[in-house]
Design a protein around this ligand. Structure first.
Ligand code: ATP
Ligand code: MG
Length: 442
């Protein structure tokens, strides 16, 4: 490979002298600028910088002896201490963009470090058909090599694989210094962006659906009230009550969506106010006693400790309210819900835990990993009937993320569920045993 790099560069040097270096590289700069113009602002910037760098490189070539440029294959230069002396190498190592240059025989002549990290199979000398085997890519490159026309395409790496790439192809000017060079390829791994876009569209679709449903019922009731039930006092009362219920559901949904977006906005800011975890959880659970009574559920709060964790009081309160409310609502009459400290676990070192446990129907295993997804419900009808929006556990997860905490869910169908939250820190004061000692558990 080293030899190939050396012979390639020595050929290059000879050609550079004969071909009119400045013109050629200015042309390459224009090709790269065209790539940038077709892509993102970052792409344009990088391509502009690349064009400028190549221009500078050309000028420096005119005043330096060509033999001073080390002849080392590009992919070996990353670890070469002399790399910084070679402007092309230094540039290709530093450029934060995936670029490679194809020769007229379709083989890779130069590649940036970013291109090699995006495509581990990419090597100097590799044929483009081995870089991606996807027919769209192979056909587009073959066509651009043939007709010298720029192309832009997005494609999956191979059928059945989930990675998505975009490639911009720009012909390399014939008069350029590198006479073998034919095509510049800018490649970008768009998998993460595609996943984010999918999440966003799913979210918008789900949110619209959740809002449309109660809105449609309200409109239906209104129409009935305006026509058939116009003079029916009893129906009017019933419909107004149903409309109020639906409107409240919409209000709850909007509140939850706003809450989620507020939490996400500050996702990376960890709240550090000292919070008494056990007291907070006990308060939040006790506020739900009336609901437990109404549902015929026994609520047992056993939190004598006073462990202090860094956090946001209101957000942590929201976590416990959501978990205890779920336990009460989904367990049904006759069940028991218990809120207590979780015993220390080696799986969660340096964290303290609180478990919300119920003797409800339990949750089938296949749902457990999806419960914290937005709008995910085990039974949509049951959750809707209970006024749920399907956002409660998504909010819990986001709040815990902000606190660098964890949520652990275990459940056995027919026996019940345990939702345990783990938070870092926890200066434990055990009030049960005389409250004298302060035990550092972190
Ligand atoms: N303790 C539990 N026992 C049984 N199922 C549960 C329990 N907690 C949650 N679930 C299931 O998980 C689903 C998601 O809960 P989540 O709290 O995210 O939404 P929700 O309760 O439907 O609506 P929201 O909390 O936004 O009002 C629920 O719809 C329910 O099917
Ligand atoms: Mg809920």
């Amino acid at each position: 490979m080293k030899d190939r790099g050396r012979s390639f560069l020595s050929t290059t040097r000879r050609v550079i002298l004969g071909a009119g270096l400045l013109n050629g590289l200015a042309g390459a700069g224009a090709a790269l600028a065209a790539i940038g113009a077709g892509g993102s602002a970052m792409g344009a910037l990088v391509a502009g910088v690349l064009a400028a760098a190549l221009g500078t490189f050309a000028l420096s070539f005119l005043v330096r002896r060509l033999d001073e440029v080390p002849a080392v294959a590009p992919e070996t230069r990353a670890h070469d201490s002399a790399a910084s002396e070679d402007p092309i190498s230094a540039f290709l190592e530093a450029a934060p963009v995936g670029l490679f240059l194809l020769g007229r025989n379709g083989r890779v002549l130069l590649a940036s470090r970013e291109a090699r990290s995006i495509l581990p199979r990419l090597r100097i000398g590799t044929h483009y058909s081995h870089v991606f085997r996807t027919p769209e890519f192979v056909q587009a490159v073959a066509a651009s090599l043939e007709d010298n026309v720029a192309r832009h395409l997005t494609f999956a790496s191979s059928p059945g694989r989930e990675r998505v790439y975009s490639a911009q192809l720009a012909p390399f000017p014939q008069a350029a210094a590198l006479d073998q060079a034919r095509l510049i390829v800018r490649v970008e791994d768009r998998t993460e962006i595609r996943n984010m876009e999918r999440l966003r569209t799913d979210f918008v679709a789900n949110a619209s659906h959740e809002l449309r449903t109660p809105l449609a019922s309200i409109l239906g009731y209104l129409e009935t009230l305006q026509h058939h039930a116009r003079d029916d006092a009893e129906a009017r009362e019933r419909f107004l009550a149903a409309m109020t219920r639906e409107a409240l559901r919409m209000q709850r949904l909007i509140q939850d969506l706003m809450s989620l977006s507020r939490i996400e906005l500050h996702q990376h800011v960890r709240p550090m106010e000292p919070c008494s975890l056990d007291e907070l959880a006990a308060e939040a659970a006790s506020a739900l006693r009336p609901l437990a009574e109404a549902e015929g559920v026994e609520l047992d709060v056993d939190l004598p400790g006073a462990r202090i964790v860094p956090g946001d009081r209101d957000l942590l309160c929201q976590v416990f309210s959501n978990l205890v409310e779920n336990a009460i609502r989904y367990s049904g009459a006759g069940a028991r819900v218990c809120v207590r400290q979780a015993p220390a676990s080696p799986a969660h070192p340096n964290r303290v835990g609180i478990v919300v446990e119920d003797t409800g129907p339990g949750i089938p295993r296949e749902h457990l990993s999806r419960l914290t997804e937005r709008f995910y419900r085990v039974s949509t009808t049951q959750s809707r009937n209970k006024g749920g929006t399907g956002l409660g556990l998504a909010i819990v997860k986001h709040i815990l993320n902000r606190h660098e905490g964890r949520l652990e869910i275990t459940s056995t169908v027919g026996k019940g569920s345990q939702f345990t939250i783990w938070l870092p820190g926890g200066t434990a004061v055990d009030t049960r045993n005389d409250a004298a000692g302060v035990t550092e558990t972190s």
